[in-house]
Design a binder for this molecule. Structure first.
Ligand code: DQA
Length: 135
């Protein structure tokens, strides 16, 4: 069975309460539920993980990459800072789509750079929770 992994980066556990004008009113549980439904529809197994820790995300990817076919990844603030996670994805050669609820290009300058866009299969952003669903 095809196995997918979804990783949500820092502060995404606050979805539904956090800057709802930017990130929407759905909680992380709502988004994970919708993703599980979609995965079930296609007959995929789906692992979901949220972490505020760069080290934990690296450990989670390295512990699971041999066992999964694809990653859907919202690196959140690590998008703009994490050479360490970038190196993990290069090392594991895990195929992934980078996802953002908001459109970082329309926001502050420091959000315009992504370490992941160059190595992701593609990037889907600006569509709220639908960015994840489309990925
Ligand atoms: C985000 C965009 C990032 O710039 C930000 O740090 C986040 C969320 C998004 O989903 O829109 O935490 O990845």
């Amino acid at each position: 069975m095809t196995k997918l992994m979804v990783i949500h980066g820092p502060n995404l556990h606050l979805l539904g309460q956090r800057q709802t004008q930017i990130y929407g009113t759905l909680s992380l549980d709502d988004i994970n539920f919708a993703l599980q439904q979609k995965a079930k529809h296609y007959g995929y197994e789906l692992l979901t993980k949220q972490s505020n820790s760069e080290a934990e995300i690296i450990d989670y990817i390295t512990a699971n990459y041999n066992d999964v076919d694809f990653l859907i990844f919202n690196p959140a603030a690590f998008t703009h800072t994490s050479i360490a996670i970038y190196d993990t994805l290069l090392a594991t050669e895990l195929q992934f789509i980078e996802v953002h609820l908001s459109s970082p290009a329309k926001r502050e300058q420091f959000r315009h750079q992504s370490y992941f866009s160059k190595i992701a299969l593609g990037t889907i952003c600006g569509l709220g929770a639908n960015s994840y669903i489309l990925a």
